[in-house]
Design a protein around this ligand. Structure first.
Ligand code: DC
Length: 227
């Protein structure tokens, strides 16, 4: 059996995965790994080269001059693009859309697979994403699939962006969530799917605190069974 404990949290955009995963990792003393940040950093690198995220050939070519990595600090994960800390720059609607486009391509997924597996090989982690339980860490001891209604997820994302001072409308954010769901769930390579052995938790209507408590309780119960 694996000497490190791996907890995977997959699910659609805006289900609260990252905030919840971070809190769960903190409570357990594990490392939190936000894999979406890696796709976002790659998307930023692609855009900075003037490449259209919809052009699969140009995107795959652009990867050869990109290095995406994570710096793990006590304050949390920092995301690096060619050694530059881009953690703040990757949180824009433009990068969200570009990341969701390039995440469809096999070249991008295999480019980022090793980064994710390397971290898990030497740490107990709570890792969130779309294909962590199915593809990145299929032998994880605990797998969760976190979801919520599209309206609920859009409301959360909308409030998050407004709090950060972004001028977006709810309809815009809702439309964008539906489009990302469509791309994330219907791509050919590693689509977003509930791993068959994952516990599904629906957080629709929950406060963040309620969702954190629910996930933590579920994880602890599951760990007691598998360890
Ligand atoms: O979780 P996020 O919104 O930061 O992710 C950004 C995009 O990256 C999302 O649209 C889908 C993609 N992604 C993915 O395909 N696989 C992952 N493990 C994580 C993110």
């Amino acid at each position: 059996m694996n000497q490190h404990i791996h907890i995977t949290i997959d699910g659609p955009s805006g289900a609260g995965k990252s905030t919840i995963a971070r809190e769960v990792a903190k409570a357990l003393g594990f490392l939190y790994v936000d894999t979406g940040a890696l796709y976002r950093a790659a998307a930023l690198g692609v855009l900075e080269q003037g490449v259209d995220p919809k052009n699969v050939h140009e995107v795959c070519e652009a990867l050869s001059s990109l290095e995406v990595s994570m710096k793990l600090s006590p304050e949390g994960q920092r995301t690096l693009l060619n050694g530059r800390d881009v953690s703040g720059r990757i949180r824009t609607p433009e990068i969200s859309t570009a990341a969701s486009f390039i995440a469809q391509y096999a070249c991008v997924r295999s480019f980022l697979l090793d980064v994710q597996r390397d971290i898990a090989a030497s740490n107990s982690v709570v890792m969130d994403g779309r294909d962590i339980g199915t593809t990145v860490l299929p032998n994880a001891q605990v797998k969760l699939y976190l979801t919520a209604s599209a309206k609920d997820r859009a409301f959360r994302r909308y409030h998050e962006l407004r709090t950060k001072g972004e001028s977006v409308s709810f309809d815009e954010v809702y439309r964008e969530i539906l489009q990302r769901d469509e791309r994330d769930m219907n791509r050919e390579v590693s689509p977003l799917r509930r791993p068959p052995d994952a516990i599904e938790l629906d957080t629709t209507g929950n406060t963040l605190e309620e969702s954190i408590a629910l996930v933590l309780k579920t994880v602890k119960e599951r760990l007691r069974l598998v360890l």
